[in-house]
Design a protein around this ligand. Structure first.
Ligand code: ZN
Length: 426
């Protein structure tokens, strides 16, 4: 597969969804899922406001139509239709005139980046506000301002999207991404785009595991999903939270709570053999929805594969996390790594050497010197010896790859050849 083509597809999808004002509930979130449903057969689920979910309650639904600040001359100095980040996400409605001092209590800016608009939310505490550039904030004069936020906060639903792709096993691989941020590309949209592309690609492959893709609002979405699906979380054998996969920074893998799950080993294996600089991060109970999946009651093996981790790039949660910040190459490269990790997990089986007393004679089976035409012939022969030696029912192919320090793909290919020759059995 051509990664730049995939990167372009993901980028185009991000462009399509970028203008929509999303939040943890409401029309923007639903519209985004409806667009995704054009590409993959996504099931939409609705959970009513007020529903108790674990220790939380599904909040009222937030919708917004317009918001602005006008000066006394009637000029709009802040306009929601210019950037949906201008409104404090989940702002209660307001339509009032006020002086500068009063207005300033509800304005947020970023003094360290005077041209950027910050992204702020107030989901669980009723408030209203505007996010503006620091340049604008500093230019405001004493005046009577007209403040309007045409929003509603009413009983409705929390919506989430789910796509289940059945494989040979009932055991599941969970792919989860948050979809609740307004116009921001790396945090949120890149994860949605990559997950969707992964769903499309995997739906055309023969799979051992079943895959469950979740498109949810951050925190409250994973908590709601876990509450609704409590009885079936034990099927989840591996999981990845997808976020921040479009910036040009190096890849990072954040380990699961236990740190030695198969998904940890597969992800670290892929990064180690990528030849690219990368980072490995130990589990911390902070970050994206892996926090909820990794709460001790559920304790699911869910890691997070990202590029620059959240909060560690200056554009994080600002208007600068835009279409210029993410790149086609980074998106394509991240996608490729996700697919490689999945292929490791898919192919990571245990085998028995059917001829374990002494080395089987490879020459008479046409396996010695059989790869003469290939550049990696020596590697393949070495891999054959490793696979035969460690296939004692106790070492998986990933174990063989790690012990031999060879790429998983070579070990897998070798195992398939040996299997065909009857020298291995599952
Ligand atoms: Zn975020």
């Amino acid at each position: 597969m051509n990664t730049s083509t995939v990167g372009q597809d993901i980028y185009r999808f991000i462009e399509e969804l970028y203008p929509i004002c999303r939040s943890i509930t409401g029309d923007g979130f639903r519209t985004s899922l409806e667009i995704m449903a054009k590409y993959i057969p996504l099931e939409l689920y609705k959970v009513p406001s007020g529903t108790q979910v674990l220790d939380w309650v599904v909040p009222r639904e937030w919708n917004i139509r317009d918001a602005y600040i006008k000066n006394s001359a009637g000029t709009k100095i802040v306009d929601f239709h210019q950037s949906n980040l201008h409104v404090l996400n989940y702002s209660t409605p307001i339509n009032k005139k006020m002086d500068l001092r009063k207005l300033k209590e509800h304005l947020f800016s970023l003094p360290e980046h005077e041209d950027w608009i910050p992204y702020r939310t107030s989901y669980y505490e009723e408030n209203w506000g505007f996010c503006v550039t620091d340049k604008l904030l500093k230019s405001l004069q004493e005046d009577e301002y007209e403040v309007c936020i045409d929003s509603s906060l009413e009983d409705g639903y929390l919506t989430y999207g789910e796509y289940y792709l059945p494989g040979a096993l009932e055991d599941e691989f969970l792919i989860s991404c948050h979809c609740c941020h307004p116009s921001m590309c790396n945090d949120n949209l890149s994860g949605m785009g990559l997950s969707m592309q992964l769903a499309k690609t995997l739906s055309q492959q023969k799979l051992r595991y079943s895959y469950r893709f979740l498109f949810i609002p951050g925190t409250i979405g994973s908590i709601t999903w876990l509450a609704v699906n409590r009885h079936q979380t034990s099927k989840i054998r591996h999981g990845l939270v997808v976020a921040c996969v479009g910036d040009p920074g190096k890849l990072h893998y954040k380990k699961t709570r236990h740190g030695d799950a198969e998904i940890d080993r597969a992800s670290m294996h892929v990064l180690r053999h990528s030849g690219q600089e990368h980072g490995i991060i130990d589990f911390v109970p902070y970050g994206y929805d892996e926090r909820q999946y990794s709460s001790p009651g559920f304790d699911l093996p869910v890691g997070c594969l990202s590029r620059t981790p959240h909060g560690q790039f200056p554009q994080y949660h600002t208007s600068a996390d835009n279409l210029d910040f993410i790149t086609v190459d980074a998106l394509g490269d991240s996608f490729e790594k996700y697919l490689e990790v999945i292929h490791v997990i898919e192919g990571n089986k245990y085998y028995w050497n059917t001829n374990p007393f002494g080395e089987p004679q490879l020459g008479k089976r046409g396996l010695y010197g059989a790869f003469g035409g290939r550049k990696d012939a020596n590697l393949l022969e070495m891999a054959m010896l490793w696979v035969l030696n460690l296939s004692d029912g106790e070492h998986s192919l990933l174990d063989v790859a790690d012990v031999s320090r060879m790429p998983f793909q070579i070990i897998l290919e070798t195992a398939e050849i040996l299997l065909k020759q009857g020298l291995l059995r599952e």
